[in-house]
Design a protein around this ligand. Structure first.
Ligand SMILES: Cc1cc2nc3c(=O)[nH]c(=O)nc-3n(C[C@H](O)[C@H](O)[C@H](O)COP(=O)(O)O)c2cc1C
Length: 162
């Protein structure tokens, strides 16, 4: 079964997570949605991954899914996000994908995220610091990371459909 992992990332975490997932599946093609628009009809299974900023999917992921939804929904498909605050993930997933899209998905989950100040500049760095400080004040000052156990569970669920 030909499987597409199409991802959009700002600072590299979603790309990293997409590659970790790809290593666990057979016959995978990885495509970066910020530099191209793969045709879902070339694949049997579609996985779309996106980073989250300000509660929203990456623009390239949102556009690709909107443009290709009619083709994607004919296939087996799944979604993942990478976001910093794992407790927000269920709500972020629900607000970024339609009810129809979530009902038809094999699975949809967050693989966690990373917050690396060195990769951020200007306003992004400022906002991230503010948010992290706010959470520190609430006793939630742990740094996020990629949740490899979730990637494994996601891959195992998909393998059952491959
Ligand atoms: C400006 C900015 C806004 C963010 N907004 C959110 C958010 O609303 N919710 C969340 O859970 N994480 C948020 N994050 C954390 C990112 O989702 C996290 O760093 C993720 O790993 C980024 O993925 P990427 O490296 O693929 O771009 C934000 C990060 C930045 C820099």
């Amino acid at each position: 079964m030909r499987t597409l992992i199409a991802y959009a990332s700002k600072t590299g975490t979603t790309a990293k997570a997409a590659h970790l997932l790809g290593e666990k599946l057979q016959d995978v093609t990885l495509r970066d949605l910020t530099s191209g628009s793969p045709n879902p009809d070339d694949y049997d299974m579609i996985i779309m991954g996106s980073s989250i900023r300000m509660g929203l999917l990456h623009k390239a992921a949102r556009k690709w899914l909107t443009d290709n939804w009619n083709a994607v929904k004919q296939k087996q498909y799944a979604f993942f996000i990478c976001n910093g605050f794992i407790d927000q993930a269920p709500q972020i997933i629900q607000s970024n994908f339609s009810e129809e899209a979530l009902q038809g998905a094999v699975c949809a989950d967050s693989f966690g995220g990373e917050m690396d100040y060195k990769k951020l500049k200007g306003m992004d760095r400022f906002v991230t610091k503010m948010v992290m400080n706010d959470r520190k004040g609430k006793g939630q000052d742990f740094l996020p990371c990629i949740l490899t156990d979730r990637i494994q569970i996601f891959a195992d669920t998909l393998k059952g459909k491959q």
